[in-house]
Every structure is written in C-alpha cells, then in structure tokens.
Design a protein around this ligand. Structure first.
Ligand code: TRP
Length: 456
C-alpha cells in the first residue's frame, strides 16, 4: 500500500489496544525481562522498571501515537512533515532502522522457541530439563539456522498472505490463554520448596544492588518491550481513529505489557531458586535462562508438566509470531515507502536482510563462536546496538521534535480531540527536561561500557 492510497484504520479503541498490545507482548516479556531482572538484582530492577514505565514509557507512547495520528504517516514521513532538514531525516531514519536490526535476531530466538516446542512434541520432557540441552542446541549451527529459517518463513508467509485480520483474531484468543497458563505455571513455580526466596528476590528491592547499570538495563528493556522508538507506535497511531483516547489506551497497553513481564518472572525466577538455589551463576545465565530453568519447572510438575510445556511453548510461539510479524511488516513498509518498491520486492529485501543478519546471530554460538564484536556474540551485539545505542537517540529525536518543531500546544490539541490531556504537566517536564538528560546518560554510558571505559 503506498502512502497515497487510503489508509486503513483500527475499528476503535479495543482494536487499537489489542493490536498494539499484541505487538508489544512477545519474547521481550517472556524471555528477556526475567533474565534481566534476575541479572540486575531482582526487586530493584522491577522497581526501577515500573517507575520508568509510569513516568517515561507511557509518556513516550502518548508522544509517538499522537504524532502518528496527527501526521497520518509512519516515522520517516511523520518527522519530515515538520521540516526537511537533516535533523528531521535522522530522527525518522533511526526510528525506522531499529526494527531492521531487531527483526533478524528476534526470528533466531523465535526459532529456539520452535525447537523446544518440537522437542516437547517428539521426545517427552526429560532431555530438555538437562543443563546442557540448550547449549548443545545453540552451538549446533545447522540446527539453530534451520529453526531460524523455519520461523522466518512462517512469519513471511503470513505477511505475504496478508491474513492480518486472521492473526489478530487468533491473538485475541492466544493472549488471554497465555496469561491464564502463565498464572498456572507461576503458581506451580512459586510453591516449589525453596522458591519463596525467589519471590522475595523479585519483589523486595535491595537498594545496595542499585547502580546506573540498573537504569540502563531497565530503560533498554522498556523500549524493547513497549516497542518504543522504533516506528511501530507512529505507524499504529497513524491508523488510529480520532475518537480513541490516546492517554487512556496508552496506559492500558503499558499495564498489559508489564503484567505479562511480571508473570513471566514469577515463572522463571522462583524456579531458579528452587532448582539451583539462586546461585549467582544461575541468576546471571542471561538469554538462556528461560530455556534452561522452565524445562526444569515443567519436569518437576510430573505428568501434567509435559502437556503444560507443550501448551506453554505454543503460546510463546504465538506471542513471538505476532511480534515478529509486526517487526517484519514495519521493515517491509519502510522499504516500500522510501525505496518506492512493490510490496513483494520490499518483502524480499526484508527477507534477505533478515537472512544475512539473522544467520550471524543463529550461528554466533556455534561456528562463529570465536568471532566477537566489542566482546559480544553477534546476537548480543545486535541487541545492544538497537536497545542501548539507537533507541536512546531515536527517542531523543522524538522529544526534540515535540519540544522544538511541533510545539506543546499543537500536540495538546491532538490529544484533546479524543479526551482530556491527563498528566499534561508531567508530560511537558519529562519530554523537555528529564527524558533528554536521561537518554543522553544512557547513550554515553552504554558506549563507554561497550568499549570497556566504564564498567557496565
Ligand atoms: N515488544 C516486543 C516484545 O516484547 C518486541 C519488539 C521490539 C517489537 N520491537 C518491536 C514488536 C517492534 C513489534 C514491533 O517482544
């Protein structure tokens, strides 16, 4: 669809909230949040994260959604409709590039989820509970590459078939099912002997664990999980009807997203305490945490563990799929608009990009395990570049755009079309002063950290 054709719109508030929550809730909540929370001190990370969501995340959701709705354009068009200078282009381009870096490695992890699902379907559940199952799998390059390509092709098939409404309908059933199942597994996990220490670790902040690292990690996670600073919210805002209340729906999205992240942590972190005594090594396991701890929880559940595991990975697969569809869709529509390519050509370009960058990530723990960039494996590097480097700058561009090009009054008018501008003064202070400072600090510390000049 070229931008000149009639733009589709969401049916209403529910349609908008569901579609946006569907894109927000994904691997970020279930896979990424628990491992970061485990690594960065549990309760203190959760506390910082929630404060950031309330005072910063929701504000950024309002900002991007309203700019999208005001201009009826995706990010590059939205930025350049306020001016044609380099600064405007930069803001738009950065917002558009982030999903291009995230999409490939997202599909790699989607492949890991499929591998587990397949393994649970075909081999019982004992093997997966083994400590080495995960590392053996990801160091086997052919297998990791194979599942990555399968996941990518499924995503692509859906995009090309354009069964978007089908997927939306499916996710309306899948999302509540995921939440119910997560509650069941979480209850099981927290009632294991020794697991209560994990609940305490997650909910009682230990202020001694606090450092700038906590903020950097929590902020990066918030961008990732709420899909902020990567064009999605601009694009979805541009499909939004004028009578949908921007602030209210933004809050609802943030609440759903954060709830799923907390539930996922309740499945994983108490499990770490129950099955490995909460050792520092287990808590620091990083990206592999979900793939190592949860299988042990399932195994511990006995007979029903097997079916629970299958259901669980089916649902995670769907959550990942709805997110990867919107990630690939964003890349495709950017290529379409900016390079004036047809939709199939743009989709092909997205695929080539995903295969190249994704393959580096997929085999990064196998044949390429000796190759690191600034000390990181490819997957970690792409994650770092997008979440700690590009996202802070593109979010900064959005703040500057509102303050200096759009102007608060014009912005306020857009919000007030559909309801009162609640938290208006917070919005102004955050966008004008707090966010720019915070974003710069994050950006500088992550760069210094990556080059070993600051211990991150
Ligand atoms: N927010 C998604 C998650 O938590 C991942 C994601 C990041 C995403 N950027 C996106 C999804 C852009 C859709 C569009 O898993």
């Amino acid at each position: 669809m070229s931008s000149k054709e009639k733009r589709g719109t969401f049916s209403g508030s529910l349609g908008y909230v569901l579609a946006t929550a569907g894109s927000a809730v994904g691997l970020g909540n279930i896979w990424r949040f628990p491992y970061l929370a485990a690594k960065y001190g549990g309760g203190i990370f959760l506390l910082v994260y929630i404060i950031l969501v309330i005072f910063f995340g929701t504000i950024m959701i309002y900002a991007e959604t309203a700019l999208g709705r005001m201009t009826r354009k995706s990010p590059i068009g939205a930025f350049t409709s306020f001016g044609s200078g380099f600064r405007f282009k930069l803001g738009g381009v950065l917002n558009a590039i982030a999903p291009m870096i995230i999409a490939p490695y997202y599909c790699v992890i989607g492949g890991w989820v499929m591998k587990y699902l397949f393994a649970y379907l075909t081999q019982g559940m004992k093997n997966m509970a083994d400590d080495t199952f995960f590392s053996n799998f990801i160091s086997n390059s052919e297998s990791a590459e194979f599942w990555f390509i399968v996941f990518l092709l499924i995503t692509l098939a859906i995009i090309l078939a354009g069964v978007k409404s089908g997927i939306e309908r499916v996710s309306m059933i899948m999302m509540p099912a995921l939440i119910i199942l997560a509650v069941i597994v979480a209850i099981f996990s927290i009632t294991r002997p020794g697991a209560l220490a994990g609940v305490k670790y997650l909910f009682l902040p230990n202020f001694r664990e606090f450092s700038i690292k906590t903020i950097v990690a929590a902020l990066g996670q918030m961008f990732y999980s709420l899909s902020i600073a990567m064009g999605i919210l601009y694009t979805y805002g541009s499909y939004m009807k004028k009578d949908v209340n921007i602030t209210k729906s933004g809050n609802q999205i943030a609440i759903v997203d954060t709830t799923v992240a907390v539930l996922a942590s309740l499945m994983v972190i108490p499990g770490v305490f129950a099955y490995s005594g909460g050792s520092l090594k287990a808590l620091n396991a990083g990206p592999s945490l979900m793939f190592i701890t949860l299988p042990k929880v399932f195994q511990g559940m006995g007979g029903i563990g097997h079916i629970t595991a299958i259901l669980f990975f089916v649902l995670v697969f769907f959550a990942a799929l709805t997110s990867s569809i919107s990630l690939l869709e964003t890349c495709t529509s950017t290529f379409q608009d900016q390079l004036h390519l047809s939709r199939p050509k743009s989709a092909a370009l997205t695929t080539v990009l995903c295969i190249i960058l994704g393959t580096l990530s997929a085999v990064g723990y196998g044949v390429l395990s000796n190759v690191t960039i600034i000390g990181m494996q490819f997957l970690d590097f792409f994650d770092f570049i997008s979440n700690s480097v590009i996202l802070p700058i593109s979010a900064l561009c959005t703040c500057l755009l509102i303050t200096y090009a759009v102007g608060f009054d014009r912005f306020k008018k857009e919000i007030e079309i559909s309801g009162p501008f609640t938290r208006e003064s917070t919005f102004r202070v955050i966008i004008k002063y707090v966010a720019p400072v915070l974003l710069l600090v994050i950006f500088v510390t992550s760069i210094l950290g990556a080059f070993g000049l600051y211990k991150i």
